[in-house]
Design a protein around this ligand. Structure first.
Ligand code: PLP
Length: 425
């Protein structure tokens, strides 16, 4: 098997004699056929091929195949954003009247999607602590539970999920575990190796890595046996009348059923495709992912260690620190490094945090993370601005919390920049 480095550079695409070395951007909405009969076979899913880029596009599929190889899956698809990937990953196997269990420590956008928008669609969510015991997890399941969801490293709380524990609980109740692996990336953690069944990404973050294109991806491990629970997953195990009675698990096997259904039904009806241009940029980013991640992690650990001993810093959260609550989990799941994001509090609360950030010269204030350029955000004055200090604490975001995303600049430059910004508060 090839190394993760080689997969980053060359995965998903092997040009034949005389073909372009770099993946071609197929900037075409549609594809030409010689006869209506050939086209009909595509529509009936009897033959594979491209007919309209709202469903599938060759450039997007090439990049999806690379991410699939990186994660060790059997099938994958790109989506227009990480949000679309999260939504599709669940909506592909759940509908009104169903129930989902999610870690409470997840990205704010995902929390809103689940807790507000998908609730309006009639899907019920139970949020459990990522530190739940086995018994606490077991108690959260209901007869209509369809999936369990969590993040390898939560954004912005930076909590590490015990993937194996969550996978075991999900499987004991006949459900798949869906993991958002955005912050760890497949270079640092491959959740399928720990029992996860489906992985999603906001490719907008480290995979792209250059703040160039919003995107998402869903990867299936092909390991979850839907056919053991045909009543729980009728969409995969019984005929789809909107596709002339195809039964996805029968026609495409466990390796392809989930992603084929998501493409054939959800992409067809909701159309959250990534553009070929964005997919091309994403692929360029992934080519250097393995190199960038090392520097992101090196910088973050150095910054976290430096801040830990700084007298103007109230607290630091980074799972690479030996003092961190999640250090043992990180050693198990993230032995080569975790991510480039560090959370910390500046003494003096909200005012000091704002002053500190305004003083930074290298790190810019942005609603973004996981970029080659360092950036930072003070949620209390940006994404969580509407909340009072009390409400912030209830949401797990203290008024002094700064989310600092270490880029791939020089380590000492980042530390010096932070030092001068703290000095001048
Ligand atoms: C940013 C992010 C998302 C949402 O992705 P978008 O590409 O912004 O839609 C989902 N999960 C995590 C962990 C994220 O950081």
């Amino acid at each position: 098997m090839q190394s993760i480095e080689t997969k980053c550079v060359q995965g998903g695409y092997t040009p034949k004699n005389g073909e372009p070395r770099q993946i071609p951007i197929i900037q075409s909405t549609t594809f030409k056929y010689e006869s209506s009969r050939e086209m009909a076979k595509l529509f009936d899913l009897e033959a594979s091929g491209y007919f309209y880029s709202r469903l599938q596009n060759p450039t997007c599929d090439t990049v999806a195949a690379k991410i699939c190889e990186l994660e060790g899956g059997t099938a994958a698809m790109l989506t227009s954003s990480g949000q679309a990937a999260s939504f599709f990953s669940i909506f592909n196997i759940a509908q009104a009247g169903d129930h989902i269990i999610s870690s409470s420590s997840i990205y704010g956008g995902t929390f809103n999607l689940f807790n507000v928008t998908m609730r309006k669609m009639g899907i019920e969510f139970t949020f459990v602590s990522p530190y739940s015991t086995e018994e606490e997890l077991n108690r959260a399941f209901k007869p209509n539970t369809k999936a369990v969801f969590g993040e390898t490293i939560a954004n912005p709380a930076l909590v590490v999920l015990d993937i194996e524990k969550f996978a075991n609980a999900a499987h004991a109740h006949g459900c798949p575990l869906i993991i958002d692996n955005t912050f760890a990336t497949p270079v640092n953690c491959r959740p399928f190796e720990w029992g996860a069944d489906i992985v999603i990404h906001s490719t907008t973050k480290y995979l792209d890595g250059h703040g160039s294109a919003v995107g998402g991806c869903i990867v299936d491990s092909g390991k979850f046996d839907w056919t053991k629970y045909p009543d729980r997953y009728p969409g995969l195990c019984t005929p789809d009348e909107s596709y002339h009675g195809v039964t996805y698990t029968e026609r495409f096997g466990l390796a392809g059923a989930y992603i084929t259904k998501a493409t054939a039904q959800l992409m067809r009806d909701l159309g959250s495709i990534q553009s070929p241009q964005s997919a091309y940029l994403l692929n360029l980013g992934i080519e250097s992912l393995h190199l960038r991640i090392k520097q992101h992690c090196k910088n973050a650990l150095a910054v976290a260690k430096h801040l830990e001993n700084h007298q103007k810093i109230a607290w630091v959260k980074y799972c690479g620190l030996e003092s961190d609550k999640d250090y043992e989990l990180a050693k198990k799941y993230l032995p080569d490094g975790s991510c480039g994001v560090v959370a910390f509090g500046v003494k003096g609360g909200r005012a000091a945090a704002e002053k500190f950030m305004a003083n930074l010269k290298i790190a810019a204030i942005e609603t973004h993370v996981a970029d080659a350029r360092s950036c930072c955000l003070h949620p209390a004055s940006a994404t969580h601005r509407q909340l009072s200090d009390d409400e912030l604490i209830a949401a797990g975001v203290t008024p002094d919390l700064i989310r600092f995303s270490c880029g791939i600049e020089g380590t000492q430059d980042l530390i010096s920049d932070i030092d001068q910004a703290l000095e001048n508060i």
